[in-house]
Design a protein around this ligand. Sequence first.
Ligand SMILES: [Mn+2]
Length: 506
Amino acid sequence: MEETEPRSTRLPAEAAGPAPPAEPAAQGARSHDPRTPEALIELMSRDWAPAGTAPPRPHPALGHFARRRAALSALFPGAHLAIPTGVPAVRANDTEHRFRPGSDFYWLCGHDEPGGVLLLRATPEGHRATLYVEPRADRSSPAFFTNARTGELWVGPRMGVAESAAHLGLDCAPLPELGADLAALEGPVLALRGIDPELDALLAEAPAPADEGRLARELSELRLVKDDHEVLMLERAVAATVRGFEDVVRALPEAMEQGERVVEGVFNLRARVEGNDVGYGTIAASGSHATILHWTRNDGEVRSGDLLLLDAGVESAELYTADVTRTLPVSGRFSPVQRRVYELVHRAQRAAISEVRPGAAFLAPHRAAMRVLAEGLVELGVLRVSAEEALAEDRQLHRRYTLHGTSHMLGLDVHDCAHARETEYREGTLRPGHVLTVEPGLYFQADDLTVPEDLRGIGIRIEDDVLVTEDGCRVLSAALPGEAGDLERWMAALRAEDPRLRRPLG
Ligand SMILES: [Mn+2]
């Protein structure tokens, strides 16, 4: 670029006088933060009232965390294990998503602040657990106001080392000591990698042990069977989700004016008020959007004669999520053709749920649902071959309209236990304490020329959360009606409520 400024107007460097000493940017300061003179640091560092000394209350699930660590420990004698929680995900530039702990980490210790690492050191007497946590950035050092990422003036107080130890009944150490402590260990360290870049960097020197993948796998397999506390947490998540669905039905008149955004916003408000957040991106899919499996744009219209497919789950404060779907007639009444498809999907779902019991194949509910749907598709004139032919392993023609599997495990993650072996999960058998979804659907794309015209653009899914019990199963989300007539009556009752009597949030 050509210089436009005449050289003659520039002052020689000496004539400008000595430049003020460059103040180094404080750690954690961003490019737009003002620099901080010493005098201000001196002023900010004094005259704060003493901090309160009440010790934090013990975590209600502390004993469960210890039992889970012992179960993991028993599977890895002699191996050191490092399980990180991760760091906040970047949303854009220097703004982040709200932090949500890593599921395996949280399952083992219940700590909910970013950056922590749980280290299980192998000793001759078994594993010794230490939780490394970010120390507090409290009034005792200028970082409390100079570090925009961790300073308590910016992000609020954290629990820190001593308080975490008291709260979780676990040895805790400052995170900056982790590197030296890892370096001092003899023998391989098995870690969950790809979650915390700083832990990955600390471990980069030594080659990853060959069997490292076993750690993620065993954690997933341990998490398959939920303990009593986890079932309670899932029940809470489901109960809040039911209230979120009720909120959405009450808000349908506004949704008809403002569209799917209202549906998402209303449900997500309930999730934030009663839980931590939604457990996954809410799918608020009206009309033919319901045929798009992961419709999360949620920016379409909601019209009176259409169906609204709502697939949404509240994640409880303890991070367990529900995963529920209902397909609602926006007007409150199914049209005859909508009802026909809805009742078919509902029959498939009933057939699938009746297969859920200990000892049954994980895929038994899916097979039952697919049989009902394939036969129904023949009756609807969609499939032009027999159900038998469509269902043949080497054909699977019904899947043009059923698209996805019927079940997945549910827990801290919406698709829980994802690293379990096939033999323990997809090809395995159901056991008491498993919690799975049962969610068959039918999807007739608006442009599918194989589908009779009056069915095109209809998408229906019905999804419940089911606990395998000792002698069968319990539908955790049974408070939401599934049968078409029940669903219509439930919607009518919610709409008849005097708005002044609406149940307040919370
Ligand atoms: Mn699901």
